[in-house]
Design a protein around this ligand. Structure first.
Ligand SMILES: Nc1ncnc2c1ncn2[C@@H]1O[C@H](COP(=O)(O)OP(=O)(O)OP(=O)(O)O)[C@@H](O)[C@H]1O
Length: 304
């Protein structure tokens, strides 16, 4: 449904390489995540695929159509929700939806089934201006507007950035339902915890794709063991592990410290880490082997 072949994009006369020889493809009905921190190049890729930006090199197709030559077809057949709220702030909820339906030469009634689930939550406020809605409501309205012409592919650029955790969760549930209706969804996010909700993900940094696989596949490919330490004085422990010989790479991860033994292999590492830290004067610590998260995998790829 989407193919991207060796796409590059630079800004400022080549000084900024935003997308660096990126290739991937997305199957029909897939929920595909592009995951990476700010500036990784996610928006540039989405803007190229929605025909709003021309690539410097490479080719891409959406629904079998070339993003440069067939821009008219693509604009009529994809849904796009940009990173920044871009609806008409002075129009009400219902006026915004009506407006987008008219622009795409359709009616709200024709595709109401697609937005029904989401619209139920917006309906009590349908006379409210978009500018006066909360972050989560704005995002639901933007999704309704992106869906009203029944797109074959939906591009959502950081739809959950700045949205509260409950609305984020609801939003991902809505995406799952859209996928069940056969819509192909490409979604970008800087939140690694959202990766597990996708069928497949591309991890991106500095314009390059570091890895593409299912979230489980990426976790399975993590090289070597990983440990978590529960302790109070986390910064001093990470320092002690870094200066110990052999040194251990570690980073604070929520209430834990994650420790990557980096080549130090031992069956007894749990005990060895406990002893090592006890010798350094750390008390009441708990060390355990853990399964990496997508964020651990991302960190590991960056330090390779
Ligand atoms: N119009 C532009 N002019 C110059 N540089 C740009 C422009 N747009 C993006 N960039 C730069 O290109 C790089 C990739 O940006 P892009 O917006 O594609 O990344 P992103 O992963 O979507 O991050 P963000 O969430 O910050 O938008 C960044 O270094 C960014 O500063």
């Amino acid at each position: 449904m989407v193919t991207v072949n060796n796409i590059t994009k630079t800004y400022n006369k080549g000084a900024v390489k935003a997308v660096d020889d990126v290739s991937f493809s997305v199957e029909k009905g897939e929920l595909f995540g592009v995951i990476g921190p700010d500036g990784a190049g996610k928006s540039s890729i989405f803007r190229i695929l929605t025909t709003l930006l021309l690539p410097d090199g490479g080719t891409a197709t959406v629904d079998g159509h070339d993003v440069v030559k067939d821009y008219r077809y693509i604009r009529n057949h994809v849904g796009y929700m940009p990173g920044r709220f871009s609806l008409y702030q002075d129009l009400t909820i219902e006026e915004n939806i009506q407006f987008f339906a008219t622009v795409f030469n359709t009616t709200v009634a024709e595709n109401h089934h697609l937005i029904e689930d989401i619209y139920i939550q917006l309906e009590p406020f349908k006379k409210r201006r978009a500018g006066k809605l909360s972050g989560g409501m704005k995002q639901k309205l933007a999704l309704c507007c992106a869906l009203i012409h029944k797109p074959t592919v939906l591009f959502l650029d950081e739809p959950t950035t700045g949205v509260d955790p409950v609305s984020r969760k609801e939003f991902w549930e809505m995406l799952k339902r859209l996928k069940q209706q056969g819509i192909t969804v490409l979604v970008s996010t800087p939140y690694m915890d959202e990766a597990t909700r996708c069928d497949r993900i591309a991890l991106m940094q500095h314009g390059k794709i570091l890895s593409i696989d299912s979230p489980q596949g990426i976790i399975r490919a993590y090289p070597g063991p990983l440990y978590a330490i529960k302790a109070t004085d986390k910064p001093r422990i990470t320092q002690a592990l870094a200066t110990h010989a052999p040194s251990f790479s570690s980073y604070i991860f929520g209430e834990y410290i994650h420790v990557d033994p980096q080549g130090v292999s031992s069956k007894y590492l749990t005990e060895e880490l406990t002893t090592l830290l006890a010798k350094e004067g750390f008390r009441e610590i708990e060390v355990m082997p853990i399964t990496p998260t997508i964020e651990d995998c991302f960190i590991k790829m960056l330090t390779k």
